[in-house]
Each structure stands twice: as structure tokens, then as C-alpha cells.
Design a binder for this molecule. Structure first.
Ligand code: SF4
Ligand code: FES
Length: 384
């Protein structure tokens, strides 16, 4: 186990631990842009440069493994000069348009610039501009803000499973782009918005709706499938404006799919049913909830009196929440109805005796990941 020293604090680390990981174990902050614990190490932003004793040049902490006896300084004059130099380069072409950028207030580039940059830049030349692209209805792009950290590219390659964004051009002409002008269509594309450490990729549905510090955070679980991804529902007043993933290593790590992220927009859809409707003389009329419930209860009572509870079946969507399912069955059981069913899409019940009431994995996702072989029958894992 290498024995090292960071900013005068000693530590034994496992072989292969990088300087950045060791610093994090000690609670020492080293600024990063391209590094992300769930992605491969690219070491292309150089923001994490640190001063290592007996090394002529500063070394990138995210990509340098600890060696026995290493003495590292993260805030020496040499480290600070390296960090300031890197930030000056990263900001050469960045438009510094934080007041009109949706990432403002939750932007690593903004925060690290405030903490580590030299307040004066020597750069006097014109900034370059990258033509904006339309990559679909979910992700808004301002590619002039991009610092080419390639987090979005690596996410597509390593996590999303489809490489839709890539790096084109070199030097001043380097840019992130789809190879042939097309939309990003991966079911996980919204995660690139969270990963982008600047305002180059932001959420189109959330664009200009609110500032991040105005939002109220409510921890929740995604209701759109049975995985149970942990989410953070962010709202302003009555309106839900954003849903982001909440990290849970056992379930969704720190990702969510686009359905879980963007389906909240349906809450405010113009064609969403907002008011109960009652059929009066053949046409549907808006009614209050109290009126509608009274009419529904009276109708149910009439049916039960006329036909008896044995003749009634109660069907409920399996997409309902546990609470809804519980209340539904409690209501109908209390009325004496025995036929209660949630398997609305199943047509063949011959194997009922051998089948579980609902399909379950009986294994955590973490355990599933450790299986050596998994057989999938008639499955579409990307979608499901
Ligand atoms: S768009 Fe964002 S995540 Fe992608 S390379 Fe640029 S700065 Fe990094
Ligand atoms: S974070 Fe280390 S080089 Fe980018």
C-alpha cells in the first residue's frame, strides 16, 4: 500500500488509487472538469493539476496513480499557477455569459473560475464562435460555451450505449457534434445535461423557466416503471419545472432515463384532463370533484343493488401507485366485489397457478450486475 502525503497529511492508499481519489479520501478538494467517477479517465481538461515533489511539471491528479513516498501539494504556488493557467486557457473562447445561461448557479466552470482563476486574462484576440446545432427536442446546445471535456461523448460510449456525440476538428476548430446532422435519440440522453460542467448542454423543456436557486427540492421516486429510480422533483410555486436523478448506488446510480426526466411536462399539458366531466343529456359537461364523486358512487351503488357484487369486476391499471392500488382494492372488497384485476394486457391465464401474481426479479440490480451470464427471452433491454 503506497504511503503518501497530500498538503502535509499522510495516508496509506490501495495500489492503483489516483491522487484525486486519495485527496477525496482526505476531504481535500481538487477542481475537475473532465473527470467523473462513473466514466473512463480522459485527463484532457488539466484542471486537476497538482504539484508533486521531484516532478518538474505539475501532474493531473485524476490520471496519476499514487506511488510510495509521493508528496503532493494542491495549493502550492506552482499548483496555483498551473490551475490559473489552465482556467485562463479554458476561458479563452468561453463567452462568459453566465447572466443569461441556464447553468448559472449550478455550474462547475462558474464556481471554479470564482475560486481558482486569475482575475485578469492576457487574451486580447477575438473569441471563436461555434455554430449552434439542433440535436432534438430535449437538449438545448450553446456549443460556444463547451470546454471539450468530452464527458458527454464518453457517456454515450460507455453508459448510454450509443455514441451519438463525438469530437470533430482539432485545435481552435475542435467541437462536439453529431457526426451527421441528426438528433440525439438515446433514451438516456438527458444525463448528458447533468454531466456537462458548463452551459453547453442544457434542458430544452426547462430553458429560461427559473434559476436553480429558486427551486424547491422534493425527494421522490420515479413512477414510470418498476425500477424505482430515485429522483429530485424541483418546483417553483405549484409548477414542477424539472426532475433530476438522485444518486442511489443500488438502483439508478446517478442516472435516469429521459421518460423519468421529462415526463413531468405532461403535468401541464394543454390536453390533460383537469376537471371531471359528467355526461348530461348525451354531452360531457364540466363538474366539480364533489359532484363527480357523488354521481360515481351513486352509479356504483345502483349497479351493485341491481346485479349483486358477484356480477361486478373492478379493473385498475398496473401503472397506478401502490397507494392507489391499495385504496382501490380496499374499496371494492368492502363492497363485496371479489373480481379485482390489474393484469389488463394479459390475455392468456392458463399458466396462472404456476405464475407469480406479478413478475419480479427476486434479485437486486447490484446482484444482477455481478452475474456472469444472464439470458434474456423476448426482451428489449434498451427500451425496457
Ligand atoms: S458539451 Fe459539455 S460535456 Fe460535452 S464536451 Fe462540451 S463541456 Fe464537456
Ligand atoms: S479532471 Fe483531471 S485532467 Fe480533467
Amino acid at each position: 500500500m503506497p504511503h503518501i502525503e497530500i498538503d502535509g497529511r499522510e495516508l496509506d492508499v490501495a495500489a492503483g488509487t489516483t491522487i484525486l481519489e486519495a485527496a477525496r479520501q482526505l476531504g481535500i478538494y481538487i477542481p475537475v472538469f473532465c473527470y467523473h467517477p462513473k466514466l473512463s479517465i480522459a485527463a484532457n481538461c488539466r484542471m486537476c493539476l497538482v504539484d508533486v515533489e521531484k516532478q518538474w511539471k505539475p501532474l493531473p491528479a485524476c490520471a496519476t496513480p499514487c506511488a510510495d513516498g509521493m508528496k503532493i501539494q494542491t495549493r502550492s504556488a506552482k499548483a496555483k499557477a498551473a490551475q490559473q493557467g489552465v482556467l485562463e486557457f479554458l476561458l479563452i473562447n468561453h463567452p462568459l455569459d453566465c447572466p443569461v445561461c441556464d447553468q448559472g448557479g449550478e455550474c462547475p466552470l462558474q464556481d471554479i473560475t470564482m475560486g481558482y482563476a486569475n482575475p485578469h486574462s492576457f487574451y486580447q484576440e477575438e473569441k471563436r464562435v461555434v455554430a449552434d446545432k439542433d440535436i432534438g427536442p430535449l437538449i438545448a446546445t450553446e456549443m460556444t460555451r463547451c470546454i471539450q471535456c468530452t464527458r458527454c461523448v464518453r457517456f454515450g460510449q460507455e453508459i448510454g450505449g450509443i455514441m451519438e456525440l463525438g469530437v470533430v476538428g482539432r485545435g481552435e476548430k475542435e467541437a462536439i457534434s453529431t457526426y451527421v446532422a441528426k438528433a440525439v435519440s438515446s433514451e438516456l440522453s438527458g444525463n448528458m445535461i447533468d454531466l456537462c460542467p458548463v452551459g453547453a448542454l442544457t434542458s430544452k423543456p426547462f430553458r429560461y423557466k427559473a434559476r436553480s436557486w429558486e427551486l424547491k427540492h422534493t425527494p421522490s421516486l420515479c413512477p414510470h416503471c418498476s425500477t424505482g429510480c430515485n429522483t429530485d422533483v424541483q418546483s417553483l410555486g405549484k409548477d414542477v419545472l424539472r426532475v433530476l436523478p438522485r444518486a442511489n448506488e443500488s438502483v439508478n446510480e446517478e442516472w435516469i432515463c429521459d421518460k423519468g426526466r421529462f415526463a413531468y411536462a405532461g403535468l401541464a399539458a394543454s390536453d390533460r384532463g383537469q376537471t371531471p366531466l359528467l355526461r348530461v343529456n348525451g354531452s360531457l359537461q364540466p363538474a366539480s370533484w364533489a359532484e363527480a364523486l357523488e354521481v360515481a358512487a351513486a352509479g356504483l351503488e345502483h349497479l351493485i343493488q341491481k346485479h349483486g357484487p358477484q356480477a361486478i369486476a373492478a379493473l385498475i391499471s398496473p401503472n397506478s401507485s401502490n397507494e392507489e392500488l391499495f385504496l382501490f382494492q380496499a374499496l371494492f372488497r368492502a363492497l363485496g366485489v371479489a373480481h379485482i384485476e390489474h393484469r389488463l394486457r394479459q390475455t392468456d391465464f392458463r399458466a396462472d397457478a404456476a405464475m407469480p401474481l406479478y413478475p419480479a426479479l427476486n434479485m437486486s440490480l447490484e446482484d444482477l450486475e455481478r452475474e456472469r451470464t444472464v439470458h434474456l427471452c423476448h426482451a428489449f433491454p434498451r427500451e425496457q
